[in-house]
Design a protein around this ligand. Sequence first.
Ligand code: LER
Ligand code: MN
Length: 272
Amino acid sequence: MKLSLVLSTQPARFDAVAFKGDLAANFAKIAGWGYDGVELAIRDPRLVDAEAIADLARGHGLAIPAIGTGQAWGEEGLSFTDPDPAIRDAAIARVHSHIPLAARFEAVIIIGLLRGIVRPGLAPGQAMALLVDALRQNCAAAAEQGVRIALEPINRYETTLINTVAEGLELIEKVGAQNLGLLLDTFHMNIEEPAIEASIAAAGDRIFHFHVADSNRWPPGGGHIDFRSVLDALFAAGYDGFVSGEFLPRPDADSAAGQAITFLRSLSPFHD
Ligand code: LER
Ligand code: MN
C-alpha cells in the first residue's frame, strides 16, 4: 500500500490539512515517518516554485500523486458554478494552470469544492450544466498532456453538488471524458454512502485517488470506520494508486501523521 499525506504549500483555512507552510521541513518529516508520497494542496500554481518541489520530492524519494485545488474556493471564492461568469472562467483557468505541474509530477488534479455550491439565483439543473461544461473544458486540456482529473464526492454539509459516488458516476457519464474519475474520501463516504465497500466496488476503475480519515475526521484508527474492510474493497476493485491521509491534526499534526501510518501499516500484511 502506497501512503501519502496532504500538505499545503501555503497557509490555508481548511483544517483537515495537518501540514502547512515550511515545505522543506514538512517533506523531511513526511519522509521520516515512512510515507511514500506527498499530496500537494496548491491554491495557485503561480505561488509555488516547481523546481524546489521537484528537488524536495526527489531528495526524499517521495512521489506527488495528487494536487488539490480547493483553496482557490476556500481562500478566493472561485467556483465552476458561481452565477458570475467571470468567477466561473477564473475557476476553469485556474485548473488549466495546474495541468503542467500535474503532468510534470504525474499527479491527478483534484476537483473538490472548486465545483462550488448551488447559489441562490441558480437552479440545480443550471448548476449541473455549468459543472459539466467546466469539467469538459478542463478534461480536454488535461488530456492533451496525459493528465487525469478526479472529482471528489463531498458530504452534504459542505456542498449541494455531488455528494455520493452514484452522483459522481452519473456526472462522469454526462461529461464523457476518459480522463475524468473520482476521488473517494472515507470521511465523506461514511456520511453519504449506504455501504462504503459497495460504493467502492461500484466506482471500480473510476477511482483515481483515495483520501482516508476516520468517521470523526481524526486519523484512521481514531473513529469507527472498518479500514481493513474498506481497504480490502479498494484493492479488490483493482486500485493501485495512493491512499492519502487527509485528517484533522488531533491531538496535533505530528502525532496524527505518526498514528495514521502506524495504524494503516498494521493492516498492511493484508495490503502489501
Ligand atoms: C477535500 O479533499 C475534502 O475532503 C473536503 O472536505 C474539502 O472541503
Ligand atoms: Mn478529501
